[in-house]
Design a protein. Structure first.
Length: 229
């Protein structure tokens, strides 16, 4: 009997990663492409899954972990949409409906950081824990949380990257880079904030000698968003 196939999307502010895997967790196909406009980016994802359906067979469900802020509540009027975001052109974009219409499969939609948190719980540093917080620091900053075995949502997804931080503006006059809060966590420590502060990209700065923690491949993170897995 053929194995079920599942699709996964990690939607980042810089790039999208799409993959198809089987029920044993084996990645059979993957692609990466830049995050441009919502229409162009989602169309690229749809084209990938349609091509893989011809080559590998149809997928049974799709897990989509996306940058935000977003609305992950299936009962909400704005479910599947990107809420006000610093990413130009993406505020108000409906990223789930086009996928549903084109692929006609169940879709589980949540934030990229919740997808990453689930991945760490299943395969990575959070194995054996039922309560923890996961932070990601890159183009933006965000956090996902598992509390007593359940993902933390609340009214909307908690935007941990926009938490205010103590900031002595006399010692550090950098005003921050967040268009909403200036010197919140993301406004001070994200990749664009570092570039604005130092005049060069973070990866070109001298290595402070810190060793990065082991992390889960993003393609593994999103598969857990499929309810069948």
């Amino acid at each position: 009997m053929p194995k079920k196939l599942f699709g996964g999307i990690e939607g980042g502010g810089t790039k999208f990663v799409c993959a198809v895997g089987d029920e044993d967790g084996q990645i059979l196909a993957e692609t990466r492409f830049p995050t441009t406009t919502p229409g162009e980016t989602i169309s690229s994802a749809i084209s990938f899954f349609k091509q893989q359906a011809q080559e590998l067979g149809p997928i049974s469900a799709l897990g989509f972990a996306c940058f935000g802020p977003l609305d992950p509540n299936p009962n909400s009027k704005t479910y599947g949409q990107i809420l006000p975001t610093p990413k130009l052109g993406w505020t108000g974009a409906d990223v789930v409906s086009p996928l549903k219409e084109a692929l006609e499969v169940p879709i589980k939609f949540d934030t990229d950081v919740n997808g990453a948190a689930l991945g760490e719980w299943r395969w990575g540093a959070a194995q054996g824990l039922d309560t923890f917080v996961y932070y990601t620091i890159g183009t933006g900053i965000g956090g996902g949380a598992l509390v007593e075995g359940k993902l933390l949502h609340g009214l909307l997804h908690p935007e941990m990257g926009h938490a205010p931080l103590p900031h002595d503006s006399e010692k550090d006059p950098f005003e921050g880079n967040c268009p909403f809060h200036k010197d919140c966590f993301e406004g001070l420590a994200s990749g664009p904030a570092i570039e604005k502060r130092w005049g060069q990209r973070a990866e070109t700065l001298p290595d402070p000698g810190l060793q990065p923690q082991r992390h889960v491949d993003p393609l593994l993170r999103v598969r857990l968003l499929c309810p069948e897995l």
